[in-house]
Design a protein around this ligand. Structure first.
Ligand SMILES: O=c1ccn([C@H]2C[C@H](O)[C@@H](CO)O2)c(=O)[nH]1
Ligand SMILES: [Zn+2]
Length: 128
């Protein structure tokens, strides 16, 4: 199995999801080669919860990584997990080209950000 998917599955085990009980893991690889894992972290004030994808990307950025090779996302879903709109927007921000969606049954699908977020808002939209 792809190492990035394996890391996402491992990161999922750390999820803090007492409310939804839906555990998600992600792993992003920076151009430096380093891999950063992330999990979803929920809150009693539900809206403050953060997804696994954004945890992983924000961890990486806070470590100085701003260019990425790929991201993998994994959850216990019937098919490969589909990231939420907020995470699609953050993936688009960093132009991550290789996006691997996976589940725990070993099903995997590679998609592009254009497929996930067609006609998305980008920094190009407010530069005149
Ligand atoms: O791609 C996804 C979809 C959902 N979640 C989290 C948010 C919330 O904690 C829980 C249920 O939506 O799953 C993620 O982390 N990533
Ligand atoms: Zn999300």
């Amino acid at each position: 199995m792809d190492k990035l998917v394996e890391t996402a599955i491992y990161a999922r085990k750390k999820a803090y999801a007492p409310y939804s009980k839906f555990m998600v893991g992600a792993a992003v690889q920076g151009k430096s080669g380093r891999i950063y894992g992330g999990c979803n972290i929920e809150n009693a004030s539900y809206g403050l919860s953060i997804c696994a994808e954004r945890t992983a990307i924000f961890k990486a950025v806070s470590e100085g990584e701003q260019e990425f090779v790929a991201i993998a996302i994994a959850a216990d879903t019937p098919g490969p997990v589909s990231p939420c709109g907020a995470c699609r927007q953050v993936i688009a921000e960093f132009g991550i080209e290789k996006i691997l969606l996976a589940n725990l049954r070993g099903e995997q699908r590679q998609v592009t950000i254009e497929e996930l977020l067609p006609f998305g808002f980008t920094k190009g939209d407010f530069r005149c």
